[in-house]
Ligand binder design. Sequence first.
Ligand SMILES: Cc1ncc(COP(=O)(O)O)c(C=O)c1O
Length: 378
Amino acid sequence: MMRMKIKYVDPRIENGMIDKVNQALLEGRFGPGENVRKLESEWMAYCSTKYAYACNSGTSALMTALYALRIGYIGGGSLKDEVVVPAFTFIATPNSVVMCGAKPVFADITVSDFNIDVEDVRRKITVNTKAVIPVHFAGLMADMGPLIDLCEDKDIPIIEDACQAHGAEWIDDNNKSHRAGSLGRVNVFSLQESKNMNCGGEGGLITIPNDDDVAERCRCFIDQGQDSHYHHTIFGVNFRLGEVFGVIARGSLEQLDKNNAKRRKNAEYYSMNLDEKKYILPKEAHNRRSVWHLYIIRVRDQSKRSEVIKKLTDAGIEFGIHYDPANHLQPCYSQSDFGRNVNLPVTEKLGKDVLSIPVHHHLKKEELEYITEVLNSV
Ligand SMILES: Cc1ncc(COP(=O)(O)O)c(C=O)c1O
């Protein structure tokens, strides 16, 4: 086997974007302009929502969503406000809740899809619960039906964290497909470099399916709370997206479905060729269509994960671990009231055996074969 060097994340500028970036720069268009506004309307159309706003990261999109829903001390709520989140996510999800002056309450996940466990959400809801944030993990949406039923029953808004799920779909009981970002009251995406859709830097998107008041609060919050030039109706921040990032994000959106299809092919290759005696492979649920942001295998004998990691490292193959330790075990949480005494058996068990292997759309057939051969040889 000839040694290769394979990247885990491989963002590139494609599709004539350099010319468009140069044009924006040469014309001195730096702040949010025509391209950012077009990105918003294109994303709105893609997700079938009434509103979409661009901002400068997935984290700022989450904070905007919470603020717009008046959750937490900062948004006009209370320090007692609670938001139920999974701990098996990038730490930005609970951190955003803390930064808005509210309390993240961690719920466990289900072993079949790594997504938030609705029964555990039910157990974690209290009189102080102001929102639930399902994270569409690794490109596969959470099973939204039972969650929507629960939250409607309790009158609690859902904020979809779709930072890893651009274009993912959930199919309801009437066989109607819904894209990620079209179901919660306010929903968020990241455009950071590792994501299926990116902007050549840091960026984010917010979608609001139909709530006019919440949409207006989002629009103003990311622009210092101004509803018109120098007229500030609410408190706000500068979370604006620069024009060049808007140009690149629009180019990336044009390629999104094609690139997601390539990721699907890569995932299919692994699913057919990786040795299931050694690894538990990810499965797509019958009512959901993943966009394979991550391809996460589980090493059946968890004591062998370090051996697998060494093999990959020696073979020049980059990998990731999502997520060990999970958020509630990170020092900032485990040493605070938010994480102390929190037990999440499934989250903790999965953290010990997961391993994310490259699945991005630039992978070549010989690279997929090489990765598979290295993994199967352990
Ligand atoms: C699930 C999830 N939520 C939030 C974020 C935060 O996005 P950003 O890095 O753009 O702030 C990420 C980014 O990795 C993420 O994966």
